[in-house]
Ligand binder design. Structure first.
Ligand code: ATP
Ligand code: MG
Ligand code: MG
Ligand code: MG
Length: 482
């Protein structure tokens, strides 16, 4: 079996042989851009090259980029655990041309790498191209379509609209059509049974997008008009975990060697066996996937300098970590901290490609452990409170949801989850009213300690450091920004 390490290296070697400079992943915590908390795609670190604000060190670049999709436009958090191919943190392999090669090379090289080097069966590959858009007066991307026809029969090249096949950085700036490569991972029997009778259903969970090739050829002006770019660019992204699933003949990212050591450790710690079951009832399997995913995210984000806290990016990390705790607490019957015991496994796996994690392993373990301990205490108290509740008409009152939030640090989504398990609804209007009331009150306070899990308004508070004796969340000190 080809290891993830070999697969990653083969990608980089291939593009190096095509004249690309190989660069390191940018930190996943984004320091330079107030519009983006975490890097969520390979191109993010090269934004200024596309915008022309900065010159690229080489016209051709390739890398593997740590990406996190838990906030903003790309938020895959809720898919994690439920499907086999969305992570919060994943590696995006990419190759770029800054005003250098364009569609022809990008397409031909992608095909060469996937079919000749990696040896993927070409018959399983489907291509999507841009179908055109009336509002922008854009025709379909026949140019790309023709180029693909050299490699792929016409009936496996499908046209999709702007939602899937037109990429824009924002309201303004470089943009263009894209072509995506999808793979049909259904079994031989299933494919044979349907062969010739119907086109593949691109929404089938076994038909998976693996690589996105963006052809940046327009500039969106302030008035919304598109103008052709003088220098055209290539921006591609392929998920390493999905590629490993394909090349290791698996049907899930979680059974590749990028996850199996973590899952094995979770099995050992919990006594549950992982069956790679995706039914909504397979709670321990869902929990294992969530935990395996979240520990990678939390460990790498902390390694890149973002500690859990109650605001901004720190709050996102805290939320992800607590989500993992909640899953082992509820579905793996575990009341002791567990995530920190998985950090060394993750650290070992990434020691060559992301050495910043191994370098800070002890610190990260301690930090994660104390977060876990604090939240487990809160969780136990809150759950005790829920068990004592007398709920009328199967509805959790807004006031109670607020009490859980305010006193026990339960975010509303956690209360919703628990309520759902119990067959209750939650009075969200009442919750919001109580929250608004509290905000009014807290505005009157100049400075105060905050509860465990409080959703603070952006800009409302400013992190000023930990109390000396602990990194427990309850002891965080905040200063009000006026
Ligand atoms: P999907 O439609 O599956 O959510 P996407 O269209 O959002 O993927 P892109 O933004 O095109 O993904 O990113 C490029 C590639 O990165 C994808 O083709 C896929 O291989 C990978 N990728 C995207 N999101 C994830 C994720 N949450 N986990 C793992 N890999 C991902
Ligand atoms: Mg997506
Ligand atoms: Mg997609
Ligand atoms: Mg895509």
């Amino acid at each position: 079996m080809k290891t993830a390490k070999a697969i990653r290296q083969e990608f980089l070697d291939f593009f190096e042989s095509k004249g690309h400079q190989i660069v390191a992943s940018a930190p996943v915590v984004n320091q330079n851009d107030p519009t983006l908390m975490f890097i969520n795609s390979g191109m993010a670190q090269f934004k200024d090259y596309f915008l022309g604000n900065q010159e690229s060190p080489s016209p051709r670049i390739a890398d593997t980029q740590k990406c996190l999709r838990v906030s903003g436009k790309h938020n895959d958090l809720e898919d994690v655990g439920r499907d086999s191919y969305h992570q919060t943190l994943f590696e995006m392999l990419g190759n770029w041309s800054f005003g250098d090669y364009f569609k022809q090379e990008a397409i031909d090289w992608a095909w060469e790498l996937l079919t000749e080097r990696y040896g993927i069966d070409p018959e399983r590959l489907y291509i999507t191209v841009f179908a055109g858009d009336e509002a922008d007066n854009l025709p379909a991307d026949e140019e790309a379509e023709k180029m693909w026809e050299k490699w792929v029969p016409k009936d496996r090249i499908l046209r999709f609209d702007r939602k899937d096949n037109f990429w824009e950085m924002g309201d303004q700036g470089p943009c263009g059509p894209c072509a995506e490569i999808h793979i049909d991972l259904r079994s031989e029997e299933e494919r044979a049974a349907k062969d010739g009778k119907e086109l593949v259903n691109m929404d089938d969970p076994m038909v998976i997008e693996i690589w996105n090739l963006v052809f940046m050829q327009f500039n969106r002006m302030a008035d919304g008009k598109l103008v052709p770019l003088k220098n055209k660019h290539i921006d591609t992204g392929m998920g390493l975990e999905r590629l490993c699933m394909v090349l290791q003949n698996k049907t899930s990212n979680y059974t590749t060697d990028l996850f199996s050591p973590i899952i094995e450790k979770i099995e050992a710690l919990s006594g549950f066996e992982y069956k790679d079951d995706y039914s909504p009832k397979a709670l321990s399997d869902i929990a294992m996937r969530v935990i395996a995913d979240h520990v990678r995210a939390v460990a790498l984000v902390i390694a890149d300098g973002q500690l859990p806290s109650n605001t901004g990016a720190g709050y996102v990390v805290r939320r992800v970590l607590r989500r993992a705790v909640r899953y082992y607490f509820s579905f793996l019957n575990r009341q002791d901290p567990m995530i920190h015991l998985l950090v060394p496994v993750v650290s070992e796996m990434f020691k060559e490609v992301f050495p910043e994690l191994a370098a800070q392993e002890d610190f990260i373990c301690k930090m994660v452990k104390s977060e876990e301990e604090a939240f487990l205490r809160t969780l136990a108290n809150g759950l005790k409170r829920i068990e004592q509740l007398e709920v009328k008409n199967n509805e959790l009152p807004g006031e109670t949801a607020f009490e859980l939030f305010d006193t026990f640090g339960f975010p509303i989504d956690l209360s919703l989850l628990i309520a759902k398990e119990k067959g209750w609804t939650v009075d969200l209007k009442g919750f919001e009213a109580a929250l608004a009331e509290q905000k009014k009150r807290s505005q009157a306070d100049a400075a105060k300690d905050v509860a465990d899990w409080v959703i603070l308004e952006e800009g409302q508070t400013d992190f000023v450091g930990y109390e000396k004796d602990s990194c427990q969340s309850r002891l965080l000190k905040y200063r009000k920004v006026v």
